[in-house]
Design a protein around this ligand. Sequence first.
Ligand SMILES: Nc1ncnc2c1ncn2[C@@H]1O[C@H](COP(=O)(O)OP(=O)(O)OP(=O)(O)O)[C@@H](O)[C@H]1O
Ligand SMILES: [Mg+2]
Length: 369
Amino acid sequence: MTRPRRQLGLASRLLVAIGIVLATAAATAGAVVAVVGPAVFHDHLHRAGVADHELADLHVEEAFRSSSAVAFALALVAAAIASAVVSIVLTRRIGGSLSAVSTAATSLGDGHYDVRVPAPGLGAEFDQLAESFNRLADRLEDAQRLRGRLLADLAHEVRTPVATITGYLEAIEDGVQPLDATTTAVLREQGDRLTRLAHDLAALTHAEAGDVVLDTAPVPPGEIVEAALHAARERAAARGVDLTGSAAPGLPEVLADRHRIAQVLDNLLTNALRHTPTGGAVLVRATRADRQQVSLVVSDTGEGIGAEDLAHVFDRFYRAGTARDRASGGSGIGLAISKALVEAHGGTISASSAGPGQGATFTVTLPTA
Ligand SMILES: Nc1ncnc2c1ncn2[C@@H]1O[C@H](COP(=O)(O)OP(=O)(O)OP(=O)(O)O)[C@@H](O)[C@H]1O
Ligand SMILES: [Mg+2]
C-alpha cells in the first residue's frame, strides 16, 4: 500500500523559496568578493601608485577581503532572519484567510447557506476570492429558498384537487352525495386540473432544461396575432371582455415555431382575460421593436400588478396578490413556461404595469427572419 506523500505547508514552501533566493544572492556576492572584487581593487591600488608585491598592498587586499566577508556574513544572517519573520507573518495572514474560506466552504457544503467570509484585505486577489465565494453562497441560498417554496407550492397545488376528489368519493360511498352528472363534472374538473399540472410541470422542465425542439420558420406577425385572437375570442366573449388585435403594416416575418409562440400568446391572453373584469379590454399588437426584432404586445385594462410582484411573475409557481389565495385559477407556471419558450427562440419577454388597478402589459420580442 502506498502512503500518500505528505505535502509541504505554505510556510515551508515560502521558506524554501526564500532560501533559494538567499543562496543565489550569497553565491553571487561570494563570487564577486572572492574573484572580481580583489582584481578591481588591485587595479585601483596600482593606478594610485602603490607598487606590486609591496607589503602594504598585501595588507590592504587582506583588509578588503576580510571586511567584505564580515559585511557579507552579517548581511546573510540579517536577510535570513528577515526572511523567516516575513514568511511567518505572511503565512499566518494568508493561511488565516484561506482557512476562513475553507471552513466557510465546508460549512456551506453541510447546508449552512447563510455563511459568508469577510474581505481579508490582503490585496485584490484575496478580496476577489472572498467576493466570489460570497456570491456563490448567495446563489445557493436563493436556489435553496426557491426550492423550498416550489415544493410547498407544489404540495399545495396537489392537495386541493386531491382533497376535493377524496371528499366527494367518501360522500358517494356514504350515500350522502348521489353519483350524478354534477358530481362527475366536479370529479372530472379536479382530475383535469391534476393532469394539467402534471403536463405543465413536464413542459416547464423540458423548456427550462433547454431541450425544446423548435420547428422554426419565417412567420408573418399578423398571422400570429390573428391565430391568438381566434383561440381566445370565445373565452373573451363569455367573460364580457373586449378583445381586439392589430399588426403594424409592413412588418418583417419573424423566425418562430408557430405552435410554441401560439402557446406563449395563449398563456398571456389567458392571464389577461383572467385578470380583467367584465367590461374591460384586452389588446394584442404586433409592432417593430428595432431592425432585428418584432414585438408582440398583450395589454389589458385589468387588475394590474404591484411593483413588488412584477419582478417575480416569471418565477415558477409565483402568483401575485389575490391570485395567491385563490383556490381556483392557475398554478403560476404559465409565465415561467412562456419565458423559457421565448428565450429558446432567442427572444425576450417582459412585464410592466403602472400598478394595481392600472392594467398590465406583457411584451414578447422575437428575432426577424
Ligand atoms: N395580465 C395580468 N394581470 C395581472 N396579473 C397577472 C397578469 N398576468 C399574470 N399575472 C400575475 O402573474 C402570476 C403568474 O402568472 P402565470 O401565468 O405564471 O401563472 P397563473 O396564471 O397563476 O397559472 P398558470 O398560468 O400556470 O395556469 C399570476 O398568478 C398573476 O398573479
Ligand atoms: Mg397563466
